[in-house]
Design a protein around this ligand. Structure first.
Ligand code: XIL
Length: 344
């Protein structure tokens, strides 16, 4: 999977400086003493050294913001619509589909050679009232099938990965299924229904289950693990697990690598789908490095996607969890991620 050292050095000649001294000052120094044409190391180029994708969630309304788009295009090669494919956005009224904003994002991604992750087909949140208020299992199942067949067919061939079901388990110590209209009316089988329907609508997309707080081994990740194991054993189509990875500096689970590996050993790819880490400075840089190292140690960990491009527009804005600050300046965490991707 890894390219030769020569190819690596040709692509990213600032490697050595970054690996030795992964902090902003040292990077600036290295850049100053290196010809401009050789300082083009980016997250996506660094990730591609080991055949991985490096992505970000992006918002359609920000495609008009030149600074935002320049950073998105330069650094990332996987794009996840942040909200534009969610049920309340894309089918706000029954049977009436609103594809314009998602189409803009997909077209933008294609124009830049970025891979697209669809997010998310069935989720309890950002779900329109007409679905939340249903009380007939038969009608809900029809609505789920209709939603998936329309949306997944619409994007067929243009979406590489679908987050088919999102956040289906709750956060209690029992890690039971979350109380949602899907769970109440359809029971445990709703996830399986959603995966089968997505495969039927788009036979080529890779189908993922995604959730948060499953990065380390705990009752919730155990529950997801059991689900994936069951799907694999019964031939229910599933190709990947998305670990959202909304984390906090200094609190990255120590067993993250081992946990990713046990999922990979079930025969699925593992993706970090909404990575962001609250904090700043060295502590944040170290935690990002730890997470990226965990992924690189698992050959089936093939995609790392951030929850956004810049702290300026982060959904956790007060926690400054991303790699670019609100002025689009690279943070110490940017340098540490780049360094790990290059060296790891
Ligand atoms: C967030 C978006 O970033 C916000 O813009 C929106 O207001 C709320 O949702 N889990 C998910 C993501 O799967 O889609 C959520 O994104 C964050 C939690």
């Amino acid at each position: 999977m890894r390219k030769s050292l020569e190819a690596l050095l040709a692509m990213v000649p600032v490697v050595a400086a970054l690996v030795v001294a992964p902090n902003a000052a040292a990077t600036a120094q290295a850049a100053a003493s290196t010809p401009a044409s050789t300082t083009a190391a980016t997250l996506k180029d660094a990730a591609s050294i080991s055949g991985r994708l490096f992505g970000a969630a992006a918002a359609a309304n920000l495609l008009r913001d030149a600074e935002y788009v320049a950073t998105l295009n330069r650094e990332f090669n996987q794009l996840t619509p942040e909200n534009e494919m969610k049920w309340d956005f894309i089918e706000p009224n029954r049977g009436l589909f609103n594809y314009a904003a998602a189409d803009r994002l997909v077209s933008h991604a294609e124009s830049q050679g970025m891979t697209v992750r669809g997010h998310a087909l069935v989720w309890h949140s950002q779900l329109p009232a007409w679905v939340q208020n249903m009380n007939s299992p038969g009608q809900l199942l029809t609505a789920v099938h209709n939603h998936i067949s329309n949306v997944a067919s619409h994007f067929s061939g243009r979406v590489a990965y679908w987050n088919v079901a999102n956040e289906a388990f709750d956060d209690t110590s029992r890690a039971a299924r979350r109380n949602s209209v899907f769970q109440r009316l359809l029971g445990d089988a709703w996830i399986e229904e959603a995966f089968r329907a997505t495969r039927a609508a788009d036979p080529t997309a890779k189908l993922c289950y995604s959730d948060y707080f499953i990065e380390g081994q705990n009752p919730k990740s155990d529950a997801v693990y059991a689900l994936v194991k069951d799907f694999k054993s019964r031939g229910v189509p599933i190709d990947c697990v998305g670990f959202q990875a909304h984390l906090t500096s200094g609190a990255v689970p120590a067993d993250m690598r081992a946990n990713l590996q046990r999922f990979a050993d079930l025969g699925v790819d593992v993706h970090l789908t909404e990575l962001d880490i609250a904090g700043s400075g060295t502590a944040q840089a170290d935690s990002y490095a730890q997470v990226v190292r965990s992924c690189l140690a698992v050959s089936r960990c093939t995609v790392i996607t951030l929850s956004g491009v810049t702290d300026k527009f982060s959904w956790r804005v007060s926690q400054t969890p991303l790699l670019f600050d609100r002025y689009y300046t690279k943070k110490p965490a940017y340098d540490s991620v780049l360094s790990v991707l290059i060296g790891g």
